[in-house]
Design a protein around this ligand. Structure first.
Ligand code: GDP
Length: 453
């Protein structure tokens, strides 16, 4: 396998820049480019040792740096690795990389270091994917979940389920293959409870994924309601500063304003919609059409009503549009005398909160209503979590095979047939962790990484 090299740090000026080299020739190649101050050779250096020295470009010392040597298999990739840290100017980093390439390395492809780590058994696919995830993590929950996965929490969970399936399959095979031997009669209750345990574990992973996506990815949220009910004021309360223009003249929020805010554990991608009402004003009616479209597409609707005003036809329209959606009714202006028929709202919505956007009151009630509505109030960021749709699909397929096996067992299908279903479930889990993933899947995963990782 060729020796690869790439800049491991970002493509911007920084205190230091790191060039990473991995492969059989890594140390010899680094030795041609890097001259330790004590005139020793990197080739003589043990693993986990560093030398301070000069980077030599075209026979001329060009920068000072530190070379860190890792010897196979005790390195990130499992191969010999050298990391040369130089001063972090774009030019010096690039020139050092070029010198390393001239000395015999080839440019690394996207994710190739991590791919080699996977191929050399240093990590499984879930761990490799968590490396990419930790690099791109935007929120604390995402970072925590990726770190847990990198430590192997997801692989451990999957492997535990896999082990139960393999054991179950092994006893059934033995029973089928050696009916004359002294193998004790199979306890169907035991088989059933093993399968149900696996079903429960995978089910839990899938639920956690859906909640995790909500927490990590954020929720498309629409603030909807009649003009003047206080949508912009609510948005401002959530954002914490005056983003939308709040005014007394009905219909001043012409279009959809976008902003992402954190509400407790959840990130809301907010759209403050133009007031939902018919209008002859062309500009405004474009806004209204967009508002209805946004409402239909939203994952969460905050339907705002004015406590100081009776419900009108357009309010009922909004109530109708919210049916079947994750919608929280927000009764605003609770500082005003109540004219609103709150009972009608309570009958139409599962969650109703009363706030005063102007006085910035009711935020924590809104927070818990939203968390309960989205089912994330008891989300555990420490629990193992599937990281992406690939892993989710494998897990879902495995769960379906297990459910079939459970049905089959209760209907008395043969152990042979049950084993086929259990084997399929095992295959799905093996491809999830990468023990049986096709090279297309593997290549596809690593092609999404950045170069140098
Ligand atoms: P939008 O058209 O739905 O975006 O409504 P705005 O946010 O522009 O608010 C319309 C008017 O209601 C403004 O004059 C706000 O000051 C007022 N308003 C907003 N929230 C409250 C509240 O909690 N109490 C009272 N009394 N007035 C409010």
């Amino acid at each position: 396998m060729s020796t690869i090299a790439a800049i491991a740090t970002g493509n911007s000026v920084g205190g230091i820049g790191v060039i990473r080299i991995s492969g059989e020739q890594a140390i010899q190649i680094a030795d041609r480019v890097f001259q330790p101050m004590d005139k020793s050779s990197l080739c003589k250096l043990k693993g986990y040792r560093a030398k301070y020295g000069n980077v030599i470009i075209n026979n001329t010392p060009s920068d000072n740096g530190v070379a860190l040597v890792f010897r196979a298999p005790r390195s990130y990739t499992g191969e010999d690795v050298v990391e040369i840290s130089v001063h972090g100017g774009l030019l010096t980093v690039q020139k050092t990389l070029q010198a390393v390439l001239d000395a015999g390395a080839v440019p690394a492809q996207a994710g190739e270091f991590t791919k080699r780590a996977f191929l050399n058994g240093k990590m499984d696919l879930t761990q490799a994917e968590s490396v990419a995830q930790i690099i791109s993590a935007q929120g604390e929950a995402a970072m925590k979940a990726s770190f847990n996965a990198m430590q192997g929490s997801l692989s451990n969970k999957i492997n535990a389920v896999l082990q139960i399936l393999l054991d179950t399959s092994a006893v059934m095979s033995a029973w089928v293959d050696y009916p004359d031997e002294e193998i004790p009669e199979l306890e169907e209750n035991d088989l059933m409870s093993s399968l149900q345990k696996c079903e429960g574990e995978l089910d839990c992973l899938l639920k956690n994924y859906d909640n995790g996506q909500t927490i990590i990815g954020g929720v498309d949220t629409v603030i909807a309601g009649m003009p003047n009910v206080g949508k912009s004021s609510l948005m401002n309360m959530l954002v914490g500063r005056d983003k939308s223009i709040v005014t007394h003249i009905a219909g001043t929020t012409r279009d959809i304003v976008e902003e992402s805010v954190r509400l407790g554990n959840i990130v809301l991608h907010l759209r403050d919609t133009a007031g939902l009402r018919q209008s002859d004003d062309v500009v405004e009616s474009i806004g209204i059409d967009k508002a209805y479209k946004a409402l239909d597409d939203a994952q969460l609707v905050l339907a705002v009503f004015d406590n100081g005003r009776e419900l009108c036809e357009r309010d009922f329209d909004l109530i109708e549009r919210c049916k079947g959606k994750n919608a929280v009714a927000v009764i605003n202006k609770n500082d005003l005398e109540q004219r609103l028929d709150i009972e009608k709202i309570q009958n139409a919505f599962n969650k109703v909160v009363s706030i005063s956007a102007q006085n910035r009151e009711g935020l924590s009630e809104l927070e818990s209503a939203v968390e309960q509505m989205l089912g994330v109030s008891d989300f555990d960021t420490n629990a193992p979590m599937l990281a992406n749709s690939r892993q989710r699909q494998n897990c879902q397929n495995a769960l379906e095979c297990i459910k079939q096996a459970i049905d089959g067992l209760s209907m008395g299908v043969t152990y042979d047939a049950l084993n086929v279903m259990i084997d399929s479930a095992c295959d799905e889990l093996l491809s999830l962790t990468g023990k049986k993933a096709t090279s297309e899947v593997v290549n596809n995963i690593f092609s999404k990484f950045c170069v140098g990782k």
